[in-house]
Design a protein around this ligand. Structure first.
Ligand code: CA
Length: 292
């Protein structure tokens, strides 16, 4: 983790605010929150209840900022454990606030347009990972409409798709993607891509995934075959299968980034099974998760 910046003077608070907006670190979080009160306490969108709760503590912190005392201390994560994160944008931000227990966390991707939502966070490899897809029981249907894929479906503590709009918002900053698959013989395969982005709805939630720096035990069929493809559902055909206006999402019974159909499809309908080209074993579970 990059060491948090040191705050010597009040003039550094604006830099701290920018830093916080870009992902945040605990050392600047509190000073930023106080600055937020100063600048925006008449604004309707400020989370006043949070500001009030922290106010007294922040006054003391600001005093230390003014005195330059923060420069003489090393601002680090609290050694006693996780600290509250009222506006964490992703699971990596929770990691930076000391959280290490996998579970459901509330994410706020944008303060100005607050689509606050629940997501499952995993913590490993010095990162907090936001789960965007999980299948294990293969009981939840993934044969869903454009709107359902857009908004997300399922339970975040079970089988689910987080939602294309949320994934789009989360991938506005550079993201890594990790996929883990478990086969019926118990074999675990995984892979991590260093660049992953999902476009906006007007771009048909187009997939961007880079092969550079890929590492894992899965053959990288995902970036090789699926990079640059639009998302398709049974009611929104954006695939490259044009013959007789056929739709890959209908034949595969699930929404995905289809070409003329797929070498990788983790949303394939129940009964058809999740699919990863050249992996002949039956796949029992999958999880897709992202981090900064
Ligand atoms: Ca088609």
């Amino acid at each position: 983790m990059t060491p948090p910046p040191r705050l010597n003077t009040l003039s550094h608070l604006s830099h701290a605010a920018v830093h916080y907006d870009l992902g945040g670190q605990i050392a600047v979080d509190r000073c930023f929150t106080f600055g937020c009160v100063e600048k925006r306490d008449n604004s309707s969108d400020i989370k006043l209840e949070v500001a009030k709760r922290l106010y007294n503590e922040l006054v003391e912190k600001l005093g230390r900022c003014r005195a330059g005392k923060l420069a003489t201390t090393t601002p680090t994560l609290a050694p006693t454990g996780p600290v509250p994160c009222p506006a964490c944008r992703d699971c990596q931000a929770y990691f930076e606030h000391g959280h290490r227990s996998p579970g459901i966390y509330k994410l706020t991707v944008s303060l100005n347009n607050p689509p606050t939502f629940d997501a499952w966070c995993d913590f490993f490899g010095n990162h907090g990972w936001t789960v965007i897809q999980r299948r294990d029981q293969q009981k939840a249907s993934f044969n869903r409409s454009w709107q359902e894929y857009q908004e997300g479906f399922g339970r975040v503590d079970g089988e689910h798709w987080l939602g294309n709009e949320k994934i789009h918002l989360l991938t506005q900053t550079n993201q890594k993607l990790n996929i883990q698959l478990v086969s019926s013989n118990g074999r675990v395969r995984e892979g991590t891509w260093q660049w992953f982005i999902v476009g906006s709805e007007s771009e048909n939630y187009k997939l961007g995934i880079g092969s550079n720096g890929y590492n894992g035990t899965l053959r990288d069929e995902f970036s090789f075959y699926h990079h640059g493809l639009n998302f398709t559902t049974y009611d929104r055909d954006n695939d490259r299968l044009t013959h007789f206006e056929r739709n890959c999402a209908i034949s595969s019974k699930g929404g995905w980034w289809y070409d003329t159909c797929s070498n990788v499809n983790l949303n394939k309908g129940n009964g058809l099974g999740m699919f990863w080209y050249v992996t002949s074993e039956r796949l029992l579970s999958s999880v897709m998760r992202i981090t900064r």
